[in-house]
Design a protein around this ligand. Structure first.
Ligand code: HEM
Length: 391
């Protein structure tokens, strides 16, 4: 049996046994397609903190694919344009400049009352039977990000769907059919933010206005395309990821903790993030020959880091396959590590906590009501549907 076969139905639904075998039998594994698969916590963390590994492979890969397909009269250039300012794909010194800039402009964190109000409003409109993913998990992050950016909350549904389509561009393997969808979402996203920016149609107090004003004082930091792409990224980065936390989080709470009250929400959210990490895989490229766990990773090799496996490493976490909502010193890497560490970790935790708290308080007898379905993503592990019943 192949050690790395993430698309096998059994592994797709539950990758943790496959991860466990990799971690013990071949923790730095050369896959059949040539990339290295890394599963132990220490190795994953070391690579993320090692500047001999760079990111950007995804954008390069997409650009190469686009150039190739262009020869076959297929035009996917909008994808590269939509993603040119995705911080995940940038390396120093450009990444350092934009990250510093974002830290300076994104200082407003007083968003809790707004998120709680949105969560309550969403819940108040639900019938007795509903879908945790479609009706809550996908909706709340889009409303929150619209509010933070200062764009119309009426557009959240449209933008949420674009974000869910675009995120597929971050997956490990992409088909031409996916590219067509990602391209169409890119075109619409670019058009949306270009119009808003050119017509100056955003709230004075929102983050988008602040980004525009501050970038005017920092010439050469962001072109218009990069500015548009940064907005697309901010909207997309927190959509499927936070939706995953709320969707799988509800499922794991109902399954493992029943309906017993949560006494420490902060610990519970971190444990849910460790146990079912929304971002399962990250990619890096070796800039030179590097040894990891006794294996020589040669220059230009692609490395896939399994956060989902690292977060269940028994060397680091006691009884890692148990959901322990009171776990202490939870050093999970669900938000990555090193220079690309998630900038929205606080927001994701806050939204996860409010959504789950409000949901379980409103419906203390919530029960699953049919089969869940996983999305067809490898990099982001999330549910596409989770029907429930509130008796
Ligand atoms: C549960 C929800 C979330 C999870 C699990 C998550 C996870 C991650 C991870 C693993 C990375 C690192 C990627 C890498 O190293 O290649 C990352 C980066 C990032 N995330 Fe999140 N994220 C979440 C929510 C959010 C939210 C709500 C935002 C808000 C906009 C956000 C903004 C970002 C940004 C800007 C980066 C790029 C940082 C950089 O490249 O310097 N994330 N996230």
């Amino acid at each position: 049996m192949k050690l790395w076969s993430p698309w096998d139905a059994a592994h797709f639904n539950d990758p943790y046994e496959m991860y466990a075998r990799l971690r013990t039998e071949d923790p730095v594994h050369r896959s059949q397609t040539g990339e290295w698969i890394i599963t132990r916590y220490e190795h994953v963390r070391d690579v993320l903190k090692d500047n001999r590994f760079i990111t950007g492979n995804r954008l390069e890969w997409i650009k190469r694919g686009i150039a190739h397909l262009h020869n076959h009269e297929l035009d996917f250039h909008a994808i590269a344009q939509a993603m040119c300012g995705f911080m995940l794909f940038l390396n120093p010194p450009q990444h350092t400049r934009i990250r510093k800039f974002m830290h300076a402009v994104w200082t407003e964190r007083e968003i809790e009352p707004q998120i709680r109000m949105n969560a309550r409003e969403i819940l108040s409109r639900l019938p007795k039977q509903f879908d945790v993913v479609k009706d809550i998990a996908q909706v709340l992050p889009a409303l929150t990000m619209s509010r933070i950016l200062g764009i119309s909350p009426n557009d959240y549904h449209y933008l949420k769907n674009l974000a869910l389509q675009l995120i597929k561009g971050l997956d490990l393997y992409i088909t031409i059919k996916d590219l067509v969808t990602i391209h169409s979402a890119s075109v619409k996203f670019i058009e949306y933010f270009r119009t808003i920016i050119r017509e100056n149609n955003m709230a004075e107090s929102g983050l988008l206005k602040k980004i525009i004003q501050s970038s005017e004082n920092t010439p050469d930091l962001l072109s218009e395309n990069e500015l548009i792409s940064l907005c697309i990224f901010l909207f997309t980065a927190g959509e499927e990821t936070t939706s995953s936390l709320i969707g799988t989080g509800t499922r794991n709470l109902l399954h493992h903790a029943g309906n017993s009250p949560i006494t420490n929400w902060d610990a519970a959210i971190d444990e849910l993030l460790r146990y079912e990490s929304p971002v399962q895989l990250l990619g890096r490229i070796a800039q030179e020959d590097v040894e990891v766990g006794g294996q020589l990773i040669s220059k230009n090799s692609t490395v896939t880091l399994c956060l989902g496996a690292a977060n269940r490493d028994p060397e680091i976490f006691e009884s890692p396959n148990q959901l322990n909502l009171l776990r202490n010193h939870n050093r999970h890497m669900a938000f990555g590590s090193g220079i690309h560490f998630c900038m929205g970790d606080w927001l994701a935790r806050l939204q996860g906590k409010i959504a789950l708290e409000e949901l379980l308080n409103t419906y203390p007898n919530l029960k699953p009501n049919g089969q869940v379905k996983w999305t067809r993503h490898l990099s982001i592990r999330s549910l596409s549907t989770f029907p429930v019943r509130a008796d």
